[in-house]
Design a protein around this ligand. Structure first.
Ligand SMILES: *[C@@H]1O[C@H](CO)[C@@H](O)[C@H](O)[C@H]1NC(C)=O
Length: 437
C-alpha cells in the first residue's frame, strides 16, 4: 500500500471519529478476540480464551492503554497492537452496536516462523537473517469483518513477553464471498502491507494463489517477487497486476475464464513468515430454457399434450421449475401435474434438469400461452409457446337444456303460425264455395 492510501485511510478515520461525537481517545476499535493456543506440554490440547486487542496506528500514542479492560477478560490476555497501515481499524471490525447479534470474528494465536522449501519462497531466505529479529513473540491474527466486508490475516511481532505486538505483515481481502458468471472474468481481491521498518521488508516477497474445492486443492499461480518469476504451473487465464503488486501490494487475482466454484486462497510470503486469506467464489449461472415440441401441434379439445421444458447450463443446483397458462381472458394460472427429472451435471460443472407436463386441453378454451418458469438464485427465467385448441367441444348440460327449450319454443311458434294461416285459409275457401252455390 502506498503512503497515499495510508494517509487517505487515516484522514477518513479521523473524519469518521470526529463525526462520532469527537471522542478521539479511541481512533481504532478495540476488537474482542479469541486467544487460541496449543499447549505442547499438555499433549497438544488447545485452549481458547477471551482476549482484547487494542489497536493504535502509532506506537507512541498511549491512548489505548488507558482504556478500561472488561471484567470478563484476563488483563494478561489484552494486547496493545501497533498497526501503522490501519488495516485493523476498518469499521467492519468495530464492536457491535447494542442489541445486534452479529459480531466481527477474531482469533489470535502464537505464530511459528519457519523456513519454507517452496520453490517460489526459498529465494527469499538465501541470504539468511538476523535471528535476533526473529527471536520474539510472534502472533498471527485472523479477522473477519461484519457482513463479510473484509477478511484480514496479520502477522505480528512483540518483543518477548511484552504483549505489545507490531503488525509486520497484513494480508486482506474485500471479496470474502463473491459471485461470478460462468466464463466471465472475475477479480479476487487481495492486498498486503509489510512494515517498511522491518528488516524483512527489503528481502522480497512471494505471492501464491491456491484453489480448493471439496477436499481437493491445486496451485493456481505462484509468483516470486524477488526474482520476478512466475512458477510454470500457472493456470491459463489466471494473472496478477504485477505493477500494482510491486507498487501497492495489490495481489488480486484476475481470472479470465477458468472460473469455478470453490475457495481461493491468497498467500503472501515474506522470509520466514506468511499470511493468508481465503475468498469464496460461487458461480451463479441462471438456466437457459427450451420447450419441446416447439411450436406445439394444434390440439383438439380433450386431447392430452405432452410438453417438456429443459433448463440447462445453470449453477448452483437449486432450481424450481413450474408451468403457467394464460388463456384468452389474459389471466395467468399455474398448472399442476408436471413431473421433474433429476439433475445431471455437465462437463463445465453446470446442471441440466427438465420438467414434463401432461396438458389436458379440455378446459383451456381455444388456447393461449403456455409458459415454463424457472426460479433460480441467478434470476428467474421464462420460456413461452402458444397453444391453439381447434373445433367445438361437446356442449354442456345447461347448453343442451337451453337448446331443447329454444327448439320447443320455435316448434310451438311454427305450429301456431301454420295453424292460424291454414284455418283462415279454410274460411275463405268455404265462403267462395257458398257464393258459387
Ligand atoms: C488491484 O488490481 C486490479 C487489477 O488491475 C484492480 O482492478 C483493482 O482495483 C486493484 N485494487 C486496488 C485496491 O487498487
Amino acid at each position: 500500500m502506498t503512503d497515499f492510501s495510508t494517509i487517505y485511510k487515516l484522514c477518513l478515520l479521523t473524519v469518521t471519529c470526529c463525526i462520532q461525537a469527537c471522542s478521539s481517545s479511541s481512533r481504532c476499535p478495540a476488537v474482542e478476540c479469541w486467544l487460541v493456543q496449543d499447549h505442547v506440554s499438555r499433549r497438544g490440547a488447545t485452549t481458547q480464551e477471551k482476549s482484547l486487542l487494542h489497536i493504535r496506528t502509532d506506537a507512541n500514542s498511549r491512548d489505548a492503554a488507558s482504556e478500561q479492560i472488561p471484567s470478563d477478560i484476563n488483563p494478561d490476555r489484552v494486547f496493545f497492537i501497533t498497526d501503522p497501515a490501519a488495516t485493523l481499524c476498518h469499521q467492519s471490525l468495530s464492536p457491535p452496536t447494542r442489541g445486534s447479534l452479529q459480531k466481527a470474528q477474531c482469533e489470535i494465536s502464537p505464530f511459528l516462523h519457519q523456513l519454507s522449501k517452496l520453490k517460489w519462497v526459498a529465494p527469499l531466505t538465501v541470504t539468511g537473517f538476523s535471528p535476533v529479529y526473529l527471536q520474539a513473540d510472534w502472533f498471527s491474527a485472523a479477522l473477519l469483518g461484519l457482513n463479510k466486508q473484509l477478511v484480514i490475516s496479520s502477522i505480528m511481532r512483540a518483543p518477548t513477553a511484552t504483549k505489545e505486538p507490531n503488525v509486520i505483515l497484513s494480508v486482506s481481502s474485500k471479496t470474502v464471498s463473491i459471485q461470478a458468471r460462468l466464463g466471465k472474468p472475475v477479480l479476487l481481491d487481495c492486498g498486503f502491507w509489510v512494515d517498511p521498518s522491518s528488516p524483512l521488508s527489503g528481502s522480497g516477497f512471494a505471492v501464491e494463489w491456491r484453489y480448493q474445492f471439496s477436499g481437493k486443492g491445486r496451485l493456481v499461480l505462484a509468483y516470486d517477487g524477488k526474482t520476478d518469476r512466475v512458477a510454470d504451473t500457472q493456470e491459463e487465464g489466471a494473472t496478477l497486476d504485477f505493477e500494482g503488486l510491486h507498487q501497492k501490494g495489490n495481489a488480486s487475482l484476475i481470472l479470465q475464464e477458468e472460473v469455478a466454484t470453490g475457495t481461493y486462497i491468497c498467500i503472501v510470503h515474506l522470509p520466514y513468515l506468511q499470511g493468508q486469506v481465503a475468498v469464496e467464489l460461487e458461480i451463479v449461472e441462471p438456466p437457459s430454457l427450451s420447450i419441446h415440441p416447439s411450436p406445439l401441434p394444434l390440439a383438439v379439445p380433450g386431447q392430452t399434450l405432452v410438453v417438456q421444458c429443459e433448463a440447462s447450463g445453470f449453477a448452483p443446483v437449486s432450481l424450481e421449475l413450474s408451468w403457467e397458462f394464460k388463456g384468452a381472458d389474459g389471466k395467468s394460472r399455474p398448472l399442476e401435474s408436471a413431473s421433474v427429472t433429476g439433475h445431471r451435471q455437465a462437463w463445465d460443472g453446470t446442471y441440466d434438469q427438465s420438467t414434463r407436463l401432461e396438458l389436458d386441453t379440455s378446459n383451456l378454451g381455444t388456447g393461449g400461452e403456455l409458459t415454463c418458469v424457472a426460479v433460480h438464485p441467478g434470476g428467474t427465467r421464462r420460456a413461452s409457446t402458444s397453444l391453439s385448441v381447434i373445433g367445438f367441444g361437446s356442449p354442456s348440460i345447461e347448453d343442451s337444456m337451453a337448446m331443447v327449450g329454444v327448439a320447443l319454443v320455435l316448434y310451438g311458434l311454427i305450429k301456431f303460425v301454420s295453424w292460424t294461416f291454414s284455418s283462415s285459409g279454410t274460411d275463405v275457401a268455404d265462403k267462395v264455395e257458398k257464393k258459387e252455390k
